[in-house]
Design a protein around this ligand. Structure first.
Ligand SMILES: [Zn+2]
Length: 233
């Protein structure tokens, strides 16, 4: 906590953090060398309560004086996505579905516009995001990020840049960068059960594959997954 007589530290960079593996690892990496402002954007999605709880725990667990208190923004999407599975939690894409099944139309427009404006208003010059090069979605391309940030900068005479340090990396490389971080406090599931990863959805499958590919023990307790530690929730 900042001493009341000292000025509030100004972040060198912001990180748009979701509570998942990639953005948590990016926050952990950057916090080693610069003051970061983590930002979480609530959209009202089905898994957000568990996600934000884990996000707070992760930031607390990395215990770095370079991490400023999490800023939570709100950009509700229920009036936009309607009965979509991301809001209802029903018919959630399962273990064997392709990446394309979890596309949330234009979600990065919602997340980025507000996060970029916050950076501008707080005098933070860089916003870090953690998409991988394998991300198949049209709102995760370098051109999209460049165009949207230019538009927002134009709107406010701003100069906030978007940095994408994982864009040329594979998941296994990012996981290895996260070795030694408290990754048990990250959350990836889109159909949580009793606060736990379900073990059966598209994102749980991706999480299990990520730990396996990096030859790292998976610390996650899955509600429904053979071989998982027993669920006591
Ligand atoms: Zn799941």
């Amino acid at each position: 906590m900042t001493h009341p007589s000292l000025p509030t530290p100004v972040a060198d960079s912001a990180v748009l953090i979701s509570g998942g593996l990639d953005s948590a690892i990016l926050a952990g990496l950057w916090a080693r060398e610069r003051i970061i402002q983590p930002i979480y954007v609530h959209c009202g999605l089905f898994w957000e309560q568990e996600e934000i709880s884990h996000c707070r725990l992760f930031l607390e667990a990395i215990s770095s004086p370079h991490v400023l208190p999490l800023i939570e923004l709100h950009q509700p999407a229920n009036d936009l996505y309607g009965a979509h599975w991301s809001l209802s939690g029903t018919n959630v894409p399962g273990h064997d579905t392709p990446d394309e099944a979890v596309f949330l139309p234009g979600r990065n427009v919602l997340l980025l516009a507000k996060a970029l404006l916050l950076c501008h208003l707080r005098g933070i010059g860089r916003l870090g995001l953690a998409p991988l090069g394998s991300n198949p979605f049209p709102d995760a391309t370098p051109l999209f990020f460049q165009t949207l940030s230019s538009t927002v900068n134009m709107a406010v005479n701003g100069n906030v840049s978007v940095e994408l340090p994982f864009l040329d990396k594979h998941k296994v490389d990012v996981m290895r960068l996260g070795m030694g971080m408290p990754l048990q406090h990250t959350f990836s599931c889109i159909r949580p059960i009793r606060g736990l990863h379900c073990g059966a959805c598209n994102k749980c499958a991706e999480r299990q594959a990520a730990f396996a590919s990096a030859d790292m023990p998976d610390p996650t307790i899955y509600a429904n997954f053979p071989g998982s530690p027993p669920c006591t929730a």
